[in-house]
Design a binder for this molecule. Structure first.
Ligand SMILES: Nc1nc2c(ncn2[C@@H]2O[C@H](COP(=O)(O)OP(=O)(O)OP(=O)(O)O)[C@@H](O)[C@H]2O)c(=O)[nH]1
Ligand SMILES: [Mg+2]
Length: 205
């Protein structure tokens, strides 16, 4: 597989690249593990910047497989988009409000956005601000799938029940993919399944 590279940080909607290849976005509360999951998926530590402190990612960061010129006739097969988190962040409120608006505007208004992975910390489950994002995606008819993160931090025996409970929570949501993926960026769990799901989503399946 070609190495992945960072191509663009988007601080506001007007800086988005022209609509081109399928985009796959990673959304979730601050610190849930979005950037870590992208690094684990593409096998490149430090590609997306991570931190113990919530609020690390502050722009929509575009990653593509290396080797594309960016010309109209040479488009990458897809772009992975790391996003600022919503919810708590150790940054001034006006900044956090601006990131949240950017994330929400992007999620509901991007034609080439093929799938959103909504990351949920396996220890905490779906929170009120996650529900808000799921409702926005349902309303905008943007396909999304729930991904549990940091499953290395919970007891393995509890995982089937957690998955079942999460599935029950999204059962009536029209744009939710009816399966929940359980991952650990730390230990590598669930990454192959997620890679396969992403490849399918990028191909419009
Ligand atoms: N144990 C464990 N820790 C993880 C895992 N994934 C991420 N972390 C840790 O969680 C913290 C936050 O990870 P990030 O990837 O920066 O989270 P983020 O969602 O991108 O955060 P923001 O950009 O601030 O919204 C870091 O300290 C990571 O090392 C995981 O699978 N297992
Ligand atoms: Mg991040």
């Amino acid at each position: 597989m070609r190495p992945w590279v960072f191509i663009r940080g988007v601080p506001a909607m007007k800086f988005l690249p022209p609509e081109g290849p399928p985009e796959i976005a990673f959304a979730g509360r601050s610190n849930v593990g979005k950037s870590s999951l992208i690094n684990a998926l593409v096998g490149k530590k430090g590609l997306a910047r991570t931190s113990n402190t919530p609020g690390r990612t502050q722009e929509l960061n575009y990653f593509v497989p290396d080797g594309y010129s960016g010309g109209e006739d040479d488009l990458p097969p897809m772009a992975l988009i790391d996003m600022p988190g919503y919810g708590y962040a150790s940054a001034p409120k006006d900044k956090v409000d601006a990131w949240t608006k950017l994330v929400f505007d992007y999620l509901k208004g991007r034609v080439t956005l093929k799938r959103v992975y909504v990351l949920i910390d396996a220890r905490h489950g779906i929170k009120a601000n996650d529900e808000e994002v799921l409702s926005l995606l349902d309303k905008a008819a943007v396909s999304y799938q729930i991904v549990l993160t940091k499953t290395d931090k919970i007891k393995e025996a509890g995982l089937p029940r957690l998955i079942a409970n999460t599935l029950e929570r999204i059962r009536k949501r029209p744009a939710a993919y009816p399966a929940v993926l359980a991952t650990s960026s730390e230990k590598g769990g669930g990454l192959d399944e997620l890679r396969a799901a992403i490849a399918q989503a990028a191909n419009g399946l």
